[in-house]
Design a protein around this ligand. Structure first.
Ligand code: PLP
Length: 355
């Protein structure tokens, strides 16, 4: 498939935002990649063109039944003049897992990765330079066919947009307070919690809002059946250091298999820290807090990389974790991931892709 380029003339390029106030997902670059899909024809009409509106039929199936999936990864401005992606093929492969679950078409991974690199070359001036900042990459696929029957659409749009984002922790890398919800659930086995489909996030907003109203940054989700086993924190995976082991909930069918999660496990193993994937009940966590065997809790995800947890609220009571300070393993993990992503450290696992 040919990739068309319809570039914005130099004089019409946008002004870049102030790098000190980027926030998250507020600004978008000059260009986007768009590829169409039609049943029977496959993917076609790949183009990099000016960032802008789509025209969609009000009956487009994405608006009614939610066939929408996405990914999130970042491009980093390297400390040595190069720019990097982190495990990008893993994101595209995961997008295909999401597509499969949502009865959407698979992407040609190699083609899309090359097209993404081209898009990043065109908009490379948008990769911010401020420490900890990056260019967030949002691949998205939506059902564009018009029709009100509940069935897989025959037409789709795939696109990638880019957004310069600030350091997740502008005031430094700080522990967050987390609210354990036993009122709402995110996902159940057999549902769609293990894929990145839009509806999961719509369903999570109310719980996050209520936690914020109580003074907490995010919710900790328990399993949807017994409300007993720990699953995730907000839109990130969770790790516990208990008795010198790094423990994370096993992928159960309702947990999103994070690429940062996988990277954390591989790094910890490499450092000789025992890593265990298994069911973790909230009772076990509370018991470990009581008897002081719980050393650290942190969350992992692309947006914030590593977030240390400073306190947990469970059933109305707040429990400090690691004296509300950053734990040494969370700190080491954060520094190592940053070093790999920005190119200042060696990349023993071959995760970094130079642009
Ligand atoms: C994206 C996401 C994660 C983190 O995945 P990464 O690949 O590490 O960014 C974790 N949980 C949920 C629900 C997610 O959507």
């Amino acid at each position: 498939m040919k990739l068309d380029l319809e570039l914005v003339p130099e004089r019409d390029l946008k002004n870049k935002p102030d790098e000190k106030h980027l926030g998250f997902g507020k600004y978008f670059t000059d260009h986007m990649l768009v590829i169409k899909y039609t049943h029977g024809e496959g993917w076609h009409d790949a183009i990099i063109k000016k960032y802008g509106d789509f025209s969609l039929d009000p009956a487009a199936m994405v608006f009614h039944y939610g066939q929408a999936i996405f990914e999130g990864l970042k491009a980093y401005r390297g400390t040595n003049g190069a720019n990097y992606l982190f495990r990008p093929a893993d994101n595209l492969r995961r997008m295909n897992d999401s597509a499969k679950r949502m009865c959407m078409p698979a992407l040609p991974v190699d083609y899309v990765l090359e097209a993404l690199k081209k898009l990043l070359e065109i908009d490379q001036q948008w990769i911010p330079k401020a420490p900890g900042s990056s260019l967030y990459i949002r691949p998205t696929m939506i059902a564009s066919e018009a029709g009100l029957g509940v069935k897989p659409a025959k037409e789709y749009l795939f696109y990638i947009i880019l957004s310069p984002v600030g350091a997740y922790y502008p005031e430094g890398f700080n522990p967050v307070k987390i609210y354990v919800t036993d009122k709402y659930v995110r996902a159940v086995k057999g549902g769609v919690g293990e894929v990145k489909t839009a509806g999961n996030y719509a369903a999570s907003i109310m719980a996050a809002l209520e936690a914020q109203q109580k003074g907490y940054t995010q919710v900790l989700w328990l399993d949807g059946i017994e409300r007993r086993y720990v699953e995730e924190i907000g839109t990130s995976n969770i790790f516990f250091k208990i008795n010198d082991e790094l423990v994370t909930p096993a992928l159960s069918g309702s947990i999103l298999p994070g690429i940062t999660r996988d990277s954390v496990m591989k790094l910890a193993q490499h450092w000789g820290v025992p890593v265990v994937e298994r069911p973790v009940s909230i009772d076990e966590v509370m018991q470990a807090v009581e008897d002081d065997s719980l050393q650290e809790i942190f969350a992992s995800g692309t947006a914030a990389s590593i977030s240390p947890v400073g306190a947990l609220n469970y059933q109305g009571k707040e429990y400090p974790i690691h004296g509300e300070k950053i734990g040494p393993l969370a700190q080491r993990m954060f520094s190592e991931l940053q070093g790999i992503q920005y190119g200042s450290l060696g990349d023993i696992f071959g995760w970094r892709v130079a642009l």
